[in-house]
Design a binder for this molecule. Structure first.
Ligand code: SF4
Length: 381
């Protein structure tokens, strides 16, 4: 998981290039070229075949995900915000629960921030939930609860950048605007064999876009990057657009299972999902699980904390209060937040720290992801 920053590429770009300009860009003029040239979709006939091949593949092979069964802008918006910096598998269940509690923008706008954070609990990057609240309130106050129908107007809402606006506008309202996320960026880098700068990436995405089905085409490009054109081992033999790819399979080492290992000279995709291990920080913490008479002690993080402000967690034990010997530890958990890997020792015992919260009320409290993990392991939630 990428911790922060340009996961979605939200930067302005000029108008899309004409086909001749696309051809020039595709063949590497004025850019750093790769080792060979592919049969780029440089005529209108080629572009049409490229689009049809990709859309046909998407229609047949896409993953069935709940947000792909709707054109409701609220549901699409919610899925796009949840998917930022978060794996699809983690989002699916949260998406279902969140929609049950807040089925439309009016319900979200009327909710307290704590209630929204409680429903978001476990997804991480809680600033996203706060921005959702702000946007929902603004949508109700300024737009009567209706979403603006263009990417440009959507970007005026808090927390909606270029990528998210284009995704909502193209999927919900069929506006012919392209999206570029980290997957699309990688696909385009490999298709063209060029280390594309961000404006060029948006140009290529817009030039390729199938304007008859912009939402599906955008999702097809992202799906291709997520399931076939993988960061380390692209599955080129299964790729529906391989005939237009500069990095055709002859440029790769093919493994016995049909996967491809990138040559050292291949351009690096614009954003791999893993952090170099040397940049990760390790920390060890101790906390106490004090469960008695149907309640549990929790502490609220400071409202002004940089990390997870206002959320609830188990009381931590300062170093001098740590139990000895170590065998009194009930369980040890591993948990990662951005670049920090925590080892968390949980001791079952008494503490006077924090507030007693009835277990029956816990679902109303925004818990940190680590706290949810521990309480689940203890069968408290
Ligand atoms: S042929 Fe391979 S490298 Fe090229 S776009 Fe398809 S999966 Fe990616």
């Amino acid at each position: 998981m990428r911790p922060a920053g340009n996961w979605r590429t939200d930067v302005a770009s000029p108008a899309p290039p004409a086909i001749a300009e696309l051809r020039s860009a595709w063949t590497g003029e004025g850019a750093r070229p790769h080792t060979s040239r592919g049969a780029c979709p440089s005529t209108s006939g080629d572009l049409g075949r490229f689009r049809r091949a990709l859309l046909r593949w998407y229609d047949q092979h896409r993953r069935e995900l709940p947000w792909r069964k709707t054109r409701d802008p609220y549901r699409i918006w919610l899925s796009e915000i949840m998917l930022q910096q978060t794996r699809v598998a983690a989002v699916v269940e949260h998406y279902r629960i969140f929609l049950k509690r807040f089925p439309n923008v009016q319900a979200l706008a009327a909710a307290t921030e704590d209630a929204v954070l409680a429903a978001w609990s476990g997804l991480g990057y809680y600033r996203r939930a706060r921005m959702l609240c702000q946007s929902a309130r603004e949508l109700v106050r300024m737009h009567g609860g209706r979403f603006p129908q263009t990417a440009e107007a959507l970007q005026a809402l808090p927390g909606i950048g270029r990528y998210t606006a284009a995704a909502i506008a193209s999927i919900a309202f069929a506006e012919p605007v392209a999206v570029v996320d980290v997957n699309v960026e990688r696909v385009l880098q490999r298709l063209t064999g060029i280390d594309l700068a961000t404006p060029q990436t948006w140009q290529h995405a817009r030039a390729l876009l199938a304007t008859s089905r912009p939402g599906d085409f955008n999702q097809a490009m992202m799906e291709l990057g997520a399931t076939v054109c993988l960061p380390r081992q692209p599955r080129c033999p299964s790729c529906p657009v391989r005939k237009w790819c500069v990095n055709q399979p002859s440029n790769f080492n093919q493994g016995a299972n049909g996967t491809i290992t990138m040559e050292g000279s291949a351009p690096q995709p614009g954003g791999t999902l893993t952090q170099p291990s040397s940049r990760r920080v390790k920390k060890e913490i101790w906390c106490v699980l004090n469960q008695r008479n149907g309640s549990i002690r929790l502490v609220q993080r400071p409202r002004k904390s940089q990390l997870m402000p206002g959320m609830w967690e188990l009381p931590q034990l300062p170093q001098k209060r740590r139990p000895t010997p170590v065998r009194v530890v009930w369980r040890t958990f591993r948990h990662s937040i951005t670049v920090t890997d925590y080892t968390v020792h949980v001791h079952r015992g008494r503490t006077a720290r924090g507030q007693r919260i009835p277990v029956a009320d816990i679902s109303r409290f925004p818990l940190t992801g680590l706290t949810r993990k521990i309480l689940k392991a203890a069968s408290v939630i």
